[in-house]
Ligand binder design. Structure first.
Ligand SMILES: Cc1ncc(COP(=O)(O)O)c(C=O)c1O
Length: 382
């Protein structure tokens, strides 16, 4: 446990709650969760599920109808043929990541991942008595691993590569041509590729694709949390290669028994045309927020080296103001009541020079946040 780090954003959140309890108005741009509510159709379906006593365990890998809906969704939206049989339903992408890493990694092995990147992956790997091998990435590679970096950093103990596209915290993508190169290089090393597509559907300037369409030998992780506005329902899924289906099934039986039943039944309704239209409109709203906050932050002197193309994050360089992003975030919260996340949450590489903004609030709130940050910076001393 000594190697399991806290999620620092939770410290910021706890302090923000304290300020709110003392009567202050805090603008939350720290947590990865937009202000949108779960669609009405999903809420109605959950209420009906409870009334109809759909409250018992499902099969370990999930409801067959839900797998089929997800398979159809891939076909309709991404022109990808994904067999429902390869889809397993999980307790969030968190459950999927734990399952994938558990069936792939042995003690003493390592998993290549980008630094900065989603912090929990390092801790999941550590829990398996294995190691994360963080690889520093910057604007030159769109803050992502590429096939060259993977080839260069692969060692005798490496077993897998874990990518996230779009990425948290940078919102940057891996394009299809590069994903194919990565698939090749991982295959040459007899390794396994895990691709976290939790922000799939939240891509703004280009067509979306799934890595699962490019190879049947990868694990693709996804979730109802982000595009589908269902964070608290704890529901996700994973596309699993044939050879690993049995192992994943056995592990779900032991670790979780199954994903939450009410959430699974409710999620069947999220694929209705009307609901998908609503979710698309939310994506368009996030896109407006992205443009608005980018312009505002740049005007205040934040350096944003790459325009984020997906998710709902802006990863900004603050070297003009300080080299200690943790203190910067704390002071910003205490003095200006704006909560953002320090770079140290996402790794070590230049962590003190970066912060993450989540554009999860309406534009009026973002404007207020910008005003407050502007006032804060005008008297900021480091
Ligand atoms: C990249 C990434 N993967 C996985 C998760 C876990 O999401 P959930 O368990 O809610 O599906 C998150 C949450 O923020 C994330 O950003």
């Amino acid at each position: 446990m000594q190697n399991i780090n806290p999620f620092y954003v939770m410290d910021i959140l706890a302090q923000a709650k304290k300020l709110e309890a003392a009567g202050h108005n805090v603008i939350h741009l720290e947590v990865g969760e937009p202000d949108f509510n779960t669609p009405e159709a999903v809420k109605r379906a959950a209420k009906t599920a409870i009334d109809e006593n759909k409250t018992r365990y499902t099969a370990a890998t999930g409801l067959p109808e839900l797998k089929q809906k997800i398979s159809n969704y891939y076909k309709q939206r991404l022109s990808a043929d994904i067999d429902a049989h390869n889809i397993v339903i999980t307790p969030g992408a968190s459950g999927a990541l734990q399952l994938a890493l558990s069936v792939v990694v042995n003690p003493g092995q390592n998993v290549l991942m980008a630094d900065p990147g989603y912090p929990c992956n390092r801790n999941f790997t550590r829990l398996l008595e294995a190691d994360a091998k963080p690889i520093a990435v910057g604007p030159q590679t769109r803050y992502q691993l590429n096939h060259r970096l993977i080839d260069k950093n692969w060692d005798d103990n490496s077993i897998a590569v874990l990518l996230a596209s779009p990425s948290n915290p940078t919102g940057t993508l891996i394009d299809q041509a590069e994903m194919l190169n990565i698939i090749d290089v991982v295959k040459q090393h007899n390794g396994l590729l895990l691709v976290d597509e939790i922000y799939q559907g939240l891509v703004y300037d280009q067509a979306d694709f799934t890595a699962a369409a490019l190879s049947q030998q990868l694990f693709v992780i996804n979730s109802f949390s982000k595009f589908f506005s269902m964070t608290g329902w704890r529901l996700g899924w994973m596309i699993v290669p044939d050879d690993y289906l049995n192992a994943v099934d056995r592990l779900i039986q032991n670790l979780f028994l199954a994903a939450p039943t009410i959430s699974q039944v409710a999620a069947l309704s999220v694929f209705d045309d009307e609901t998908l239209q609503l979710l698309d409109a939310r994506r368009d709203e996030l896109n407006k927020r992205r443009e608005f906050l980018l312009t505002g932050l740049k005007a205040l002197g934040f350096e944003i080296r790459l325009k984020p193309a997906g998710a709902f994050y802006i990863y900004a360089n603050i070297s003009k103001f300080t080299e200690d992003s943790f203190s910067f975030c704390n002071e910003l919260l205490q003095q200006a009541h704006v909560a953002i996340t320090p770079g140290i949450d996402f790794g070590e590489f230049q962590a003190g020079l970066h912060v993450r903004f989540a554009y999860t609030q309406p534009i009026e709130k973002l404007q207020q946040a910008l005003d407050r940050i502007g006032d804060f910076l005008s008297s900021y001393q480091h």
